[in-house]
Every structure is written in structure tokens, then in C-alpha cells.
Design a protein around this ligand. Structure first.
Ligand SMILES: O=C(O)CCC(=O)C(=O)O
Ligand SMILES: [Fe+2]
Length: 245
């Protein structure tokens, strides 16, 4: 099992170079037994099917005005060991509640997610744990308002590719959260993966497997857990159910 990533100093060793501040990549954040245990616990009957992937929100989906009204807390299989380990990094210090929400997304080969930002509903720190297969997350600099229809040859937005390996943790914070979009291409294979094209190449747990496959990653079923702190929490439920937060 990996060492605790307690002091932020250690986290600095995992900072992905050349990105807006700041994204961190930690390979083998959980071990294979822990990965398997989480996969087995994901409820089979709570999936919401979308056209290009399926997802579930735990403990609940946000309301239309981005409020978390939850009658229950996050279940232990989602918090132990993941949330405990993330919290010990100090990355959620100063967050209003700490991690109180997890979105589970499943992508089959050829599935993905359109470029988007996670927005103001959440404290600007996302912690993504990957399970199953590897895939590339595309991160793009957001266009400034006056760039949008610039006819004076405004430069192309900057782009980065982040390879997310199974059992890894990706932390997205501050301007990487607010000033970029992220998405996953709907492909069956990520290609042209090299030290030059993959922003977190030096931080990968197993770059050798990509090299051995000629710079390609063949997609297999991948599940991501995206942990966040929802800013607005309704205390209606806490009053009803006698909870304190
Ligand atoms: O699966 C991922 O790595 C990204 C998921 C995502 O962007 C989201 O749930 O907002
Ligand atoms: Fe997202």
C-alpha cells in the first residue's frame, strides 16, 4: 500500500508540469484489492443512463439550484480509504464541508464526456479516482470572453492530455478548476501517447505498458469516482433526520 500523502510538500512532487495551477497526479493511490472492493460495492440498481455513459450521484443528485439535500452521508465504501487518504493531503483544507459528494461515471470503449467545467456548485477542488481501464482526459484552456470571435488571429487555446491510469488519483484545483474545460473523447483507443504529448508522463505509474503498445491505450470499461464538496447543503434533511451538519 502507498505511503500516506500527508504533507503538501509530498503532494508537490505530484504536480503536473506546465498546466494552470494546479493539477496533481498520484499513481497507485489505491491498491488492487481496494479497487476491487469499491467496484463490487457500486450499487447495480442506481445507474442513470445517458446517451454516452451512465452515472450515479452519491448520496444524492443536486437539486435544480445546486443544493445537496441528503438524508444520508457518504457510505463507508466510498470514504474508507479514499476520502480519508485525500483529506490527509490537506487539499480540502478551507473547504466549507470537506468531501460530501461523489459522482460515479462509467465509460465503455468509445464513450466519453463533452468538454465542460464543473462550475460554481462545488468548492473548486475535484478528486478523481479511476477504476478499471485507462483513458485520456483532455484539458483545454477556457477562452476569455473577448477571444471568442476575435478575427485578429487569436491564438489557439492551450491543450493538455492527462492519462488517467486505474487506481490513480487526479486532483484539480484553483485556476485549473476555474479556467479550463475537461472532456473525454469518444474513441476506442487513445493514440500518440508520448512524453511530449502526455502532460503527466513523468508521473505515470506504468508508462512502460503504453510504450510497449506503440504509444496507444486500448480503452476498456473505466469507472471514475469524482469527489467534491457541494457548496450548498440543505439543513432541512439534517433537521428532519437529526443530523448536525
Ligand atoms: O470521468 C472523469 O474523469 C471526468 C468526469 C467529469 O468530468 C465529471 O463528472 O464532471
Ligand atoms: Fe467534470
Amino acid at each position: 500500500m502507498m505511503d500516506e500523502i500527508t504533507p503538501i510538500g509530498l503532494l508537490e512532487q505530484h504536480k503536473i508540469p506546465d498546466l494552470p495551477a494546479a493539477m496533481y497526479y498520484i499513481p497507485n493511490f489505491i491498491n488492487e484489492d481496494e479497487e476491487q472492493r469499491i467496484l463490487e460495492k457500486i450499487p447495480a440498481n442506481r445507474w442513470i443512463s445517458l446517451t454516452h455513459r451512465r452515472l450515479q450521484a452519491i448520496p444524492a443528485q443536486l437539486t435544480a439550484n445546486n443544493t445537496l439535500v441528503a438524508s444520508s452521508k457518504m457510505p463507508p465504501w466510498l470514504t474508507n480509504p479514499v476520502v480519508d487518504r485525500i483529506s490527509s493531503s490537506g487539499i480540502y483544507e478551507g473547504a466549507p464541508h470537506g468531501i460530501n459528494h461523489c459522482l460515479i461515471n462509467e465509460y465503455l470503449p468509445g464513450q466519453g464526456i463533452m468538454p465542460h467545467e464543473d462550475g460554481a456548485a462545488y468548492h473548486p477542488v475535484v478528486a478523481t479516482v479511476s477504476l478499471g481501464g485507462s483513458l485520456v482526459l483532455d484539458v483545454t484552456e477556457k477562452r476569455k470572453e473577448n477571444d471568442a470571435d476575435a478575427s485578429d488571429g487569436a491564438s489557439e487555446p492551450k491543450r493538455w492530455r492527462i492519462l488517467q491510469e486505474p487506481r490513480s488519483l487526479l486532483l484539480t484545483t484553483s485556476s485549473a478548476y476555474t479556467d479550463t474545460l475537461h472532456g473525454i473523447a469518444e474513441v476506442k483507443e487513445d493514440s500518440d501517447l508520448t512524453p511530449e504529448t502526455v502532460a503527466n508522463w513523468k508521473l505515470l505509474g506504468n508508462a512502460g505498458v503504453i510504450e510497449a503498445n506503440g504509444g496507444c491505450n486500448t480503452r476498456t470499461d473505466r469507472i471514475s469516482l469524482t469527489y467534491r464538496d457541494v457548496n450548498k447543503v440543505s439543513n432541512v434533511a439534517s433537521k428532519l433526520f437529526g443530523k448536525t451538519r
